[in-house]
Ligand binder design. Structure first.
Ligand code: S3P
Length: 436
């Protein structure tokens, strides 16, 4: 796909539903009794993989296209049935890691796989704690990655033999935390997870709405085994990780102003706003409200003169998926931006440190890839070139934003991977930008 420099970006948009919340709504709806209705569900490829997996596990899920509603006819915590074929999570790490926790508590064997990217992503981070809980879960090839086999031997007659643990997670990861907490629903005794820094807390907020007994104490979450969960109506907020591309575009382009409606600004997710404001961005939160525990608002963003900053420590999990686009923004900021403590970027859909640094430099940027992040010197000027998306949606969208201010033509190969989280991304971008 080809891109050219634009003059400005203006208008109002609604970004698609939050990916993390959409996944969880399907999973918890499947495990609840009754029909869960999900409004503003993200119909991106990752969340459709979650739907497909739960259909294979015997759950009836209706897509009411006209009303943009998904209905999940839940069968309760003990209502899943074995899939006759391998469960394919596609590109979705969230599906694979969370479903592993759920399937560890089932009285049947499950086999899971995904695309070539997912087959390279580390799964020991969930295999280790789930095994400590007594789950029989293995990487089939013994390389710590998918395909995975989860044996029914974790069951003893009709009762799960999972046992509750206290897990001190070495990584701040909502996928690890959620996987362990979901297995905890089936365990004997309570299960708790302590993280080095707090990661996104959608599982905690939503499981509570569905009737689970959870307690949060600083960086530790404790869950009690639960006999029943109950269907809910879920309204999915706009995804701040998708809004981030438009925040970036409005900040770096002159004479721009955007309003992004109904964006989820859960404090465990809104690190991008704090960072942009600390760089000098003009962003305001309007119509702030609370919806089922999730904070939502409209974001107004205007062109700004930005300066560099340092991003490190506890804020990293609050903006982990936004770092690629922050790297683009930093190219247009005065001075140096330092990103540290972000080694997790290496094991996302691609190695986001290497892929961003190398290709931004190909566009004329000044980026040094480090062991745990990047050092970016603002250059204010990029030049279009050929970019490989590496089939990573956040790479493709980040370079589409970079292209808006680049001289000449930018060609993004594999641009269609935005379908993973934001199928209408290019249409929205084209509608709101004014060409030269
Ligand atoms: C997610 C958690 C994050 C994030 C991913 C979605 C989730 O991953 O990068 O896009 O929905 O739980 P980690 O938990 O591995 O940091």
């Amino acid at each position: 796909m080809k891109f050219h420099k634009v003059k400005q970006i203006n208008g109002t948009l609604s970004v698609p539903g939050d990916k993390s919340i959409s996944h969880r709504a399907v999973m918890f709806g499947a495990l609840a009794e009754g029909t869960t209705e999900v409004h503003n569900f993200l119909k991106g490829a990752d969340c459709l993989s979650t739907i497909q997996c739960f259909r294979q596990l015997g759950i009836d899920i209706e897509e009411d296209i006209q009303n943009q509603v998904i209905r999940i006819h839940g069968k309760g915590l003990y209502g899943l049935s074995p899939s006759s074929s391998i469960l394919d999570v596609g590109n979705s790490g969230t599906t694979l890691r969370l479903i592993s926790g759920i399937l560890s508590g089932q009285p049947f064997e499950s086999n899971l796989t995904g695309d070539s990217s997912i087959q390279k992503r580390p799964m020991n981070r969930v295999i280790t704690p789930l095994s400590l809980m007594n789950a029989d879960i293995k990487s089939v090839l013994g390389n710590g990655c998918a395909p995975l086999c989860i044996n029914e031997s974790s069951y003893h007659s009709t009762k799960s033999t999972l046992k509750g643990i206290h897990y001190n997670s070495p990584i701040a990861s909502a996928q690890i935390k959620s996987s362990v907490l979901l297995a905890g629903l089936y365990a004997e005794g309570e299960t708790s997870v302590t993280e080095p820094n707090v990661s996104r807390n959608h599982t905690e907020l939503m499981l509570k709405e569905f009737g689970a007994t959870l307690a949060v104490n600083n960086k530790t979450v404790t869950i009690q085994p639960e006999p029943r969960l109950f269907a809910q109506k879920v309204q999915v907020p706009g995804d701040i990780s998708s809004a981030a591309y438009f925040l970036a575009a409005a900040c770096i382009l002159p004479n721009s102003e955007l309003v992004i409606k109904d964006v989820g600004v859960n404090p465990t997710r809104d690190g991008i706003i704090d960072v942009l404001v600390s760089m000098g961005a003009d962003i305001t939160k309007e119509n702030l409200k609370n919806q089922d525990g999730e904070a939502i608002c409209d974001l107004r963003v205007k062109s700004s003169n930005l300066h560099g900053t340092t991003i490190e420590g506890g804020i990293i999990p609050r903006l982990i998926d936004e770092i690629p686009v922050i790297a683009v923004i930093a190219c247009f900021a005065e001075g140096e931006t330092i990103i540290k403590d972000a080694t997790e970027l290496k094991v996302k859909e691609s190695n986001r440190i290497d892929v961003m640094a190398k290709q931004l430099n190909n566009m004329g940027a000044n980026v040094i890839a480090t062991e745990d992040g990047m050092i970016i010197h603002g250059v204010h000027k990029l030049t279009g070139t050929v970019i490989e998306s590496k089939e990573d949606h956040r790479i493709a969208m980040s370079f589409a934003i970079a292209s808006l201010k680049a001289e000449g033509e930018t060609i993004i190969q594999g641009a269609e991977c935005v379908n993973i989280s934001y199928p209408e991304f290019y249409q929205d971008l084209q509608r709101l930008t004014s060409p030269y």
